[in-house]
Design a protein around this ligand. Structure first.
Ligand SMILES: Nc1ncnc2c1ncn2[C@@H]1O[C@H](COP(=O)(O)OP(=O)(O)OP(=O)(O)O)[C@@H](O)[C@H]1O
Length: 745
């Protein structure tokens, strides 16, 4: 399975581009209000005080609510969608053809013009439509050798559930994390397209399925967030190599409602019932987005603040666009009406903060990775097995002669469906919360390290001459770090509470199942039900393991690349290095000693041989700064002995430094485990899963995985009764996993 990875070329850090677009007053607004927004010089936005009684003196004495902002671009009511596109989007789309990622999202209050900007109308097509035309224009004009493949997907996030807008009746889709591709939506259909017209057809189809509602502020207010993703793959072949460049464009139209709808006056929405639930979920996403923008905005000014991507599906989907590999453009839309003053200022405030957000851009190249594909295959097989069991279950249900007492077959089946869905959501939520805690700990680990360094520097400042000034600035930084640690700890405590709630919910579901089994005479039926349920959980667990394992592999690959580049930069004699490596039983694949070019310009990153990979990744060795325990003396000896000529480092140090970047490993080396991550031995009592889920992880990671998936008493009793077997991981799988584990740990 070819996997796409970012090229080894240096990452270019870039700032988020922010454009503000002010539409004209609508007819209704004109009747009841007046214009208080002015756009100057295509960059500046002035919002006047809506209170006309304020005068020049108030302005001088800073008593007015007039506000002034400047952005990368500003567009007034006279500008069309194509003006916005030409000036601030077009150049970014060109990059997508070259293998770069881009994200464009519209942000603003309800009725401010997000959908108009992103989707547009027949006469004034929006950014989605214009971008697609550009992509196909570029492809049509491209004369360089290589084939293009364009695919597209379109999803909506409604009530914190993801639906495929290109499927007639899409089920719930789940998010999965891949360290190389970022967050991906599992099971999402990606359709190959050959022309812009075809995508536009799909876009229209998807838009017709999108959930909208009529509000006072907007007759067709979007109730869901929509994400259109276009992927452009370009296969390049030459005599010597073939590679795939992959650019990705995400175009996002956020749902209506205000970020701060909680404070919104009732007169503006008059919504109730189901609408309130939608509103709460829309707000959850928008609030999370606003919180992420806040955290990212201060990230570069301040210390390491935790960015709460995990708090909503939307922010998880947008994570790459907000801080990863993407050139991102935010189009903040505002209304000029004086009645919208607070919404306008709120939007502009976030747009202003977003100007500080940094992302990086680098080209994405494909490479073949059999290691990950093995796992992918396992998941696929499990999914096939789940489908088969589902079918079997449905057939069994229809044939059942003995129905559960007091319930019709239909009732029973829908009960099963609801329960399965709830169990799946419960597990997903727990995984998400556990990951959030991992990340929080990682962030605070960095903060605490910096705090220690600052304390040392404050106690003995090196710059004696400027001591007062230096110590003052160190103290300020110290305070920022302390604030971040406190904020992160608070967020951690919240996640902890959520995990407890989630556990309680799991127990309730368990009780419901226990009850049903007690009252039900049909054991064959229960056999299938329970096996099905276990398989679903096993499948989810595998996905979690894969995500974590991939993360570690990814970090190690990065470490390898860095190390080899470092060696070359230091002028190491390649031949001597290879000889030395060979003497130590280390093989380096994909390395041609005759070449005089830099390593990564030649064949991509060399893949280290099996033995070496094992050594490197299992080496949280005792040399500084690592202080782990799992490196054997021989392994450590081998790594330490590989000193780099002319440099005061050795390989072990170089790898150790990189290793600390893995969010799943570093916490466990030198920090005591927080209470929520400690093993409770009796939770992992399922005989059947032992061995099958045994992984070569750091023990703490393994414990966490197991803690996330305690096997139920019901399953255990059914197993002991011989009615069900353990989650069906085959011995082959165990072996594969073990080998893979050896490979990477
Ligand atoms: N720049 C513009 N030029 C002309 N009309 C516009 C412009 N922006 C918005 N409108 C009109 O204003 C109304 C509301 O716009 P739109 O539906 O795009 O808002 P929205 O921000 O997407 O709202 P919601 O968040 O509620 O979905 C629509 O009738 C739209 O046609």
């Amino acid at each position: 399975m070819p996997s796409i990875s970012s090229a080894a070329a240096t990452k270019n850090t870039t700032l988020l581009k922010v454009a503000v677009r002010c539409r004209a007053l609508t007819e209704a607004e004109r009747q009841r209000g007046r214009n208080i927004v002015r756009v100057n010089d295509n960059k500046e936005v002035v919002v006047f005080d809506p209170d006309l009684s304020k005068d020049y003196l108030d302005l001088l004495q800073n008593r007015t609510k007039e506000r002034n902002y400047s952005f990368d671009y500003a567009f007034g009511p006279e500008c069309s969608n194509s003006d916005v596109y030409r000036r601030c989007v077009f150049s970014t789309i060109a990059g997508v053809i070259q293998g770069l990622n881009a994200t464009i999202f519209a942000y603003g209050s309800t009725g401010s013009g997000k959908t108009h900007t992103m989707v547009g109308t027949q006469n004034d097509p929006g950014l989605m439509v214009l971008s697609l035309h550009t992509i196909f224009d570029f492809i049509g004009k491209d004369n360089s050798p290589g084939d293009f493949e364009v695919t597209c997907s379109y999803v909506e996030v409604y009530n914190e559930v993801i639906y495929d807008l290109l499927e007639k009746s899409s089920g719930h889709l789940e998010l999965r994390e891949d360290p190389e591709q970022g967050v991906i939506i599992a099971g999402l259909r990606s359709i190959k397209v050959h022309s812009a017209d075809k995508i536009l057809e799909l876009l229209n189809l998807g838009n017709s399925r999108r959930k909208t509602e009529s509000t006072e502020a907007n007759a067709t207010s979007s109730r869901s967030h929509a994400v259109l993703e276009i992927t452009v793959k370009r296969k390049q072949k030459s005599n010597y190599k073939s590679q795939i460049l992959k650019g990705k464009l995400a175009l996002v139209d956020l749902a209506g409602r205000q970020v701060y709808q909680l404070y919104e006056r009732a007169s503006e929405t008059n919504s109730g019932g189901q609408k309130l639930r939608d509103g709460a979920n829309i707000n959850r996403s928008l609030l999370s987005l606003a919180n992420c923008i806040n955290a990212l905005g201060k990230h570069h000014k301040k210390g390491l603040a935790y960015v709460p991507y995990r708090n909503s599906k939307l922010t998880r989907i947008l994570k790459d666009g907000l801080s990863g590999n993407s050139q991102t453009i935010m189009v903040a839309t505002i209304s000029p009406s004086h009645r919208q003053y607070h919404h306008t200022i709120n939007t502009l405030k976030y747009a202003d903060r977003a100007k500080e957000i940094r992302t990086h851009i680098q080209k994405n190249f494909a490479r073949v990775d059999t290691h990950v594909s093995d796992y992918q295959r396992m998941i696929d097989n499990l999914q096939v097995e789940v489908c088969r069991l589902k079918k079997e279950l449905a057939e069994k249900e229809s044939q059942l002669s003995v129905k559960p007492v007091g319930k019709s077959a239909d009732d029973e089946l829908s009960w099963l469906n609801i329960l399965s869905q709830e169990i799946s959501e419960n597990v997903q939520e727990r995984i998400n919360l556990q990951k959030a805690l991992f990340e929080l700990e990682e962030t605070n680990l960095h903060n605490r390290t910096e705090l220690r360094c600052l304390d040392e520097a404050i106690s003995k400042p090196e710059d004696i001459e400027n001591e007062v000034v230096v110590v003052k600035s160190l103290r300020e930084r110290r305070q920022v770090i302390l604030d971040n640690i406190r904020d992160n700890d608070e967020a951690g405590a919240d996640y902890q509470k959520e995990i407890e709630t989630n556990e309680k919910q799991r127990c309730q579901l368990q009780e419901m199942i226990d009850e049903a089994i007690k009252n039900n005479g049909n054991r064959t039926y229960l056999h299938i039900l329970s096996k099905y349920r276990l398989l679903v959980m096993a499948n989810t667990e595998l996905q979690f393991e894969i995500a974590m394992r991939d993360q570690v592999i990814h970090d190690q690959r990065e470490a390898h690349k860095t190390l080899w580049n470092l060696l070359l930069a230091l002028g190491v004699d390649e031949r001597r290095l290879l000889e030395h490596a060979a003497k130590n039983g280390i093989t380096v694949e994909g390395w041609q000693t005759t070449s005089t070019h830099g390593l990564l310009g030649r064949q991509g990153s060399p893949i280290l041989g099996h033995h070496k990979y094992h050594l490197v990744s299992s080496c949280p060795c005792s040399c500084q700064p690592c202080s782990g325990q799992s490196c054997t003396p021989e392994q450590h000896q081998k790594l330490s002995s590989m000193s780099i000529p002319g440099a005061g480092h050795n390989l072990a140090d170089a790898f150790s430094n990189e290793q600390h970047q893995s969010p799943y490993r570093s916490v466990s080396y030198d920090q005591p485990l927080p209470s929520h991550r400690r093993l409770r031995a009796n939770e992992f009592s399922c005989e059947g899963t032992q061995g099958s889920t045994e992984m070569d992880w750091h023990p703490h990671d393994r414990h966490n995985l197991r803690k996330s998936f305690p096997v139920s008493a019901v399953d255990a009793s059914l197993m002991s009764d011989g009615f069900i077997s353990a989650p069906s991981f085959s011995p082959k799988r165990s072996k594969q996993q073990k080998n893979a584990g050896d490979d990477s740990f």
